[in-house]
Design a protein around this ligand. Structure first.
Ligand code: ADP
Ligand code: G6P
Length: 452
């Protein structure tokens, strides 16, 4: 079997990674083995001109550093101030700087340069996410001929948003150098198809085959999953004693997200405020635990969302708190996964309300962590990729505080019988389409197109 080489911007070298890509890829590589190449997280004055190897995992890991300028232009700039907001329907937050696009091209080329000497002829290369759209073109330019696939963890923009890119045709040209493009949801595949048709020369030749910028590419939907069996086990044996003292008999509603503007955290705070205004009976009976580690704080939009959410939580607590009860507990730290699993399990409600999201693994983790005999209720935004398959959750529009507050009230009253029936269906899907299913299905499809 040929070696799998995964390449992503983020490479987890420390503990408690938060972010769907690293959580899923780590689970996938643990079982398949292979090499994972990514950014060390270190900004330095003079990055080395070779990869650094990190022993100690069940697969090989190699990292590269970034110069301060590359970090600024490629990571904070083009990746997280152009592509991320655009793919999440926030063209208003896009900040275009020619130097950032230049930096994005430069870093994609540099990663190819670092990678090529370490490649074997029959490697399968699997490029991850929006930071590295340009990598296949750079690898091909350096003579790499083997299969190269791409998987996009976040939504693909429709034609309106793509048109807001500084150079939309370049995105499709980059994509045309891959053998297989993987998307999280059908919504993304149809956005890709529609955007390509409107903005460049593109044609669907047969099912999932496209002529794009003069090359043939395949594209498909591969919804990402979690290591369900392992997470269920983790939740069953999670420490629960001291962590829960703050509940003092109340039910818990839990949200777990990076503190990102795409996650709809202010919207869920406002809906909770509405719930408490309209149903005073729930006072002291429900506590909302929101765990949200800050992320990408060098970008202004992320500093703004932190300020907005802290302000809102303070205001709502000020409005309703009593001596014995703080309605919102807002925690900014990363949490060890076993503690997280235990917290999900205690949650009567799991709140997943992004305004846009590739998949959202928290929805799947919450379901896997539940006690099957007395499970909680998942409230899920219709704009998460997960909503395409998890339709037994309470599916809501996160922009509508009345609908969201209504779902919270419904979940609090829901009979155990209904909770069990909804949860059993959700769990079956999470177990069937776990992370192993995701990587196998994708890699089989990549192999099928390259005769191997
Ligand atoms: P995204 O990839 O946009 O961050 P996902 O919901 O797909 O969103 O994935 C988030 C991942 O990060 C999940 O596996 C979740 O458990 C993990 N995570 C989020 N917040 C924390 C935290 N505070 N501590 C530990 N893990 C976290
Ligand atoms: C999302 C993206 C990943 C990214 C993660 C954390 O999951 O799809 O590519 O790694 O967020 O963000 P960060 O910028 O810290 O890597």
């Amino acid at each position: 079997m040929s070696r799998l080489v995964a390449v992503s911007n983020r490479l987890p070298l420390g503990d408690n990674p938060s972010g769907g890509l690293v959580v899923a890829l780590e689970d996938a590589l643990r079982s398949s083995g292979g090499l994972w190449v990514g950014f060390s997280g270190e900004q330095v004055d003079n990055p080395a001109d070779d990869l650094t190897w990190h022993p100690g995992a069940s697969f090989e890991r190699a990292s590269f550093d970034l110069s301060r300028r590359d970090y600024q232009d490629y990571y904070l700039g083009y990746s997280n101030s152009v592509l991320w907001p655009l793919c999440h329907g926030r063209a208003d937050l896009v900040r275009i700087e020619p130097a950032h696009l230049e930096g994005y091209r430069r870093v994609n080329a540099r990663i190819a340069e670092l990678l090529v000497p370490h490649l074997k002829p029959d490697d399968r290369i699997w490029v991850q996410d929006y930071h590295l759209f340009g990598l296949a073109a750079e690898l091909r330019r350096r003579g790499v001929e083997g299969p190269i696939g791409h998987f996009l963890h976040i939504p693909f923009p429709g034609p309106g948003d793509c048109a807001a890119l500084p150079n939309p045709a370049e995105l499709f040209d980059w994509l045309s150098h891959y053998d297989l493009l993987g998307f999280q949801a059908h919504r993304d595949l149809s956005n890709f198809t529609e955007s390509a048709r409107q903005l460049v020369e593109a044609d669907q030749t047969e099912h999932c085959h496209f002529r794009l910028c003069g090359r043939t590419v395949r594209a498909g939907v591969f919804p990402i999953g979690i290591d369900a069996a392992a997470f269920m086990e983790l939740a069953r044996h999670a420490p629960d004693e001291d962590e829960m003292r703050f509940l003092t008999g109340a039910q818990m509603m839990i949200g777990v997200d990076r503190l990102d503007y795409s996650k709809g955290i202010p919207q869920r705070f406002r809906a909770f405020q509405l719930l408490l205004e309209k149903i005073p009976d729930l006072h002291e009976k429900i506590v909302f635990l929101q765990i949200a580690p800050p992320t990408r704080e060098e970008v202004e939009a992320y500093r703004d969302i932190r300020e907005e959410t802290e302000h809102l939580a303070g205001r709502i607590n000020g409005q309703f708190a009593t001596i014995n009860w703080t309605p919102i507990r807002f925690i900014h730290r990363p949490i060890p996964r076993n503690v997280l699993a235990g917290l999900y399990r205690q949650g009567r409600i799991g709140l997943v309300t992004p305004l846009a999201d590739g998949m959202n693994l928290v929805a799947k983790e919450y379901v896997a962590a539940q006690d099957e005999d007395d499970p909680g209720v998942l409230i899920l935004s219709r704009f998460a990729g997960a909503a395409e398959t998890m339709d037994r959750a309470l599916i809501i529009n996160p922009h509508d505080p009345w609908e969201l507050a209504g779902a919270m009230a419904q979940a609090m009253r829901m009979s155990r019988e209904e909770r069990r029936s909804r949860h059993a269906d959700l769990l079956a899907g999470v177990v069937e389409r776990d992370v192993g299913w995701w990587s196998r299905t994708y890699l089989d499809a990549l192999a099928a197109g390259s005769g191997g």
